[in-house]
Ligand binder design. Structure first.
Ligand SMILES: NC(=O)c1ccc[n+]([C@@H]2O[C@H](COP(=O)([O-])OP(=O)(O)OC[C@H]3O[C@@H](n4cnc5c(N)ncnc54)[C@H](OP(=O)(O)O)[C@@H]3O)[C@@H](O)[C@H]2O)c1
Length: 252
């Protein structure tokens, strides 16, 4: 049986919770990071007899989270895990409004949790596991909005564009290393989660695309968190994972 370690951020709800639930399989161990723990996930892990740790950390302080991860990975035996995967899934969308109306603190928190923390966690993961013999993968959950500009979405578009581009850089670095990690920044499609509630609930006067998001829901065009999680995890498991540093699950 393969001993596979997954470190997953944002597993308390939405697609992250669905991914964590689907990863509760024999041979897997999960470390999940978000501000809240999920009692449902804890119960399912007990039932499936899969080791699960839920670290309740705020990723606006990515330095503390990445140091904890580095320290914990350093305490593991290099031969304990045959595969190790980091999934940077957590993100938060700030108030949807033109940048001119944004508060400095809110902007900083969005960038910290959505871009700074994924980079810090990735750095900690890669350095702490560099001597591990097993296969390592980093999956960054991006968005179509990292590739398409949208008014009133500058901070969210910026974190996802940043995520795509640091993943491209990382792919070049890891390709030149022996047993380098395979990395990908993947857009997961549009998913029926709290984030979509926020988008269609935004003030249409401040957000020109609000009607489009309302229609996506009305027309039943959103994936369920479970469907999206299954597609993303199937992509992660592909033999050619990492052959494209930036990808979209809908184009595979
Ligand atoms: N929904 C969509 O249509 C869509 C489309 C494209 C891309 N995505 C991307 O897919 C990923 C999952 O989205 P989702 O829709 O499932 O989001 P969601 O339902 O809003 O869940 C977000 C997750 O991130 C965690 N999180 C947020 N801020 C955090 C912080 N400061 N520290 C630690 N954890 C934090 C939340 O946990 P806590 O609240 O417990 O901290 C939660 O588990 C995100 O990266 C999102 O950008 C979503």
């Amino acid at each position: 049986m393969t001993a596979h370690l997954y470190i997953l951020t944002g597993a308390s709800r939405g697609m992250g919770l669905a991914m964590a639930t689907q990863l509760l399989r024999p041979g897997h161990s999960l470390v999940c990071i978000s501000r809240h723990a999920s009692a449902e996930l804890a119960r399912l892990a007990r039932e499936a007899d899969v080791p699960l740790a839920q670290w309740t950390l705020d990723l606006t302080d990515g330095e503390a989270a990445s140091e904890r991860l580095r320290h914990w990975l350093g305490s593991q035996s290099p031969t304990q895990w045959q595969q190790a995967t980091l999934i940077n899934n957590a993100a938060a969308m700030p108030r949807i409004a033109p940048l001119a109306q944004a508060h400095a603190h809110e902007l900083a928190n969005t960038l910290r949790a959505g871009l700074e923390a994924p980079m810090q966690l990735t750095a900690a993961f890669l350095s702490a596991t560099s001597a591990w013999g097993g296969e390592r993968r980093v999956l960054n959950i991006s968005s179509g909005l990292g590739r398409r500009a949208m008014a009133a979405q500058a901070p969210y578009c910026a974190i996802k564009a940043g995520m795509d581009h640091f993943t491209r850089c990382l792919a070049l670095e890891e390709a030149s290393r022996p047993n380098g990690a395979r990395v990908c920044s993947l857009a997961p499609g549009v998913i029926d989660t709290d984030m979509q509630v926020q988008l269609r609930g935004a003030d249409a006067g401040a957000f020109p695309d609000q009607p489009r998001f309302a229609q996506l829901k009305e027309r039943g065009l959103l994936s369920s968190p479970q469907e999206a999680a299954a597609s993303v995890l199937a992509y992660l498991a592909r033999a050619d994972f990492g052959s494209q540093a930036v990808a979209d699950v809908r184009e595979t």
